[in-house]
Design a protein around this ligand. Structure first.
Ligand SMILES: [Zn+2]
Length: 372
């Protein structure tokens, strides 16, 4: 998840917030100031309820951040780079560059989050017993922090993927069967079931207790259900694509353009004649870079004839796959980098392009023909 605003950097990790986070802070501040604190601690003034409510809401996100930091630090230590954490409407997300390669690594990364939250819950519980008067705003916040960290810890331990508990379950099945696809499918199914339970519970609460709280829980359920469903579909797809080589989708008659060609030639000879939006730049059958319609748009039309492709092409980063790579490698590269195509580097020779559309076409054709 991409952050809308970056806050600060710690241990090499950029902490950012997604704009939806603002709604969560407002919602939690209001719930705490107007409902939770007045019911639990009667007799404060409205201003005190609101100040305590806003501090409480911000502290929820400190708790979430500490939980995510624990995941990220263990991931980094296990060789899976995490460069950023984004706080959003429903909590936090550590943006991992890769999935763990071993069940033990996934287990360690997943379990450390809830453990951190539960340890924090115990620490805040201890602190909340220190003030002599248990009805002051400070004592209220400390005991509330204990409660919220306990909720975060327990909720995330539910064994449905992609919650932490679901990752723990997946790592155990993966470790004992050696089959990541099967493990993801089972843990994802449990995740979907929990999603449905939360949706049901949320609707029940909406009708019988509190519309807003019920809606919130139903929304969490919907989010859990759909991400579990997406994870199951993605892993099944990756598994299918892992049996197909890039070579099988390579087009023998690929178009390429020379770095010395003009933008005018590029448009006339390539983009006008074929459907693609990108073309490999090659010289003497050696891969030099890639040029896309987006690059062309940056050049004013009256400069097309005097501008060479070399001055607008992308050289770095170049996303490349080899003909003998499996298609899932290409798919992950396309998805992770949010690009539409990867270049095929055939031992330094120009192998053409593999586009997102090529992969989608293959999947659709296979589905239509009933192939796997
Ligand atoms: Zn977590």
């Amino acid at each position: 998840m991409k952050a809308s605003f970056k806050l600060f950097r710690i241990f090499g990790i950029t902490i950012g917030i997604h704009y939806t986070w603002i709604f969560a802070v407002i919602f939690f501040s209001w719930t705490l100031a107007a409902v939770y604190f007045p019911l639990s601690y009667p007799g404060w003034s409205t201003v005190v309820y609101w100040i305590t409510g806003i501090i409480g809401a911000l502290l929820i996100f400190v708790s979430v951040l500490l939980h995510e930091m624990a995941h990220s630090l263990v991931a980094n230590a296990r060789g899976i780079p995490v460069h950023s954490i984004t706080l959003f409407l429903l909590g936090g997300a550590s943006n991992m560059e890769d999935e763990p390669k071993k069940p033990a690594a996934e287990f360690a990364m997943a379990i450390v989050g809830p453990v951190t939250s539960l340890v924090l819950a115990a620490i805040f519980w201890g602190f909340s017993k220190l003030p002599a008067d248990a009805t002051t705003p400070l004592a209220a916040i400390l005991s509330y922090m204990s409660l919220i960290n306990m909720y975060i810890g327990i909720f995330n331990l539910l064994p449905g993927f992609p919650l932490d508990g679901g990752r723990v379950l997946r790592s155990i099945i993966w470790g004992s069967t050696g089959n990541l696809t099967k493990a993801t499918d089972i843990a994802g199914l449990v995740g979907q079931i929990f999603g449905w339970i939360f949706i049901g519970l949320g609707i029940f609460l909406m009708i019988s207790v509190s519309f807003i709280s019920g809606l919130w829980i139903a929304f969490i359920g919907w989010f859990l259900n759909s991400s579990a469903d997406a994870s199951r579909k993605e892993i099944t797809l990756r598994e299918r694509l892992s049996h197909v080589k890039v070579r099988e989708l390579m087009n023998p008659g690929i178009s390429t353009i020379s770095p010395e060609a003009s933008v005018e030639e590029l448009v006339r000879d390539i983009f006008r004649k074929q459907q693609g939006r990108a073309v490999p730049v090659c010289k003497d059958d050696k891969l030099n870079g890639i040029v896309t319609i987006t690059d062309v748009k940056k050049v004013p039309q009256d400069k097309w004839s005097e501008t060479q492709v070399i001055s607008i092409m992308t050289v770095d980063p170049l996303y490349t796959v080899a003909p003998d790579d499996n298609l899932n490698v290409a798919l992950v590269m396309i998805a992770k980098n949010d690009v539409n195509q990867v270049l095929i580097d055939d031992n330094g020779r120009c192998g053409g392009l593999l586009t997102r559309a090529d992969i989608i076409r293959l999947i659709q054709m296979n589905r239509e023909l009933g192939l796997n």
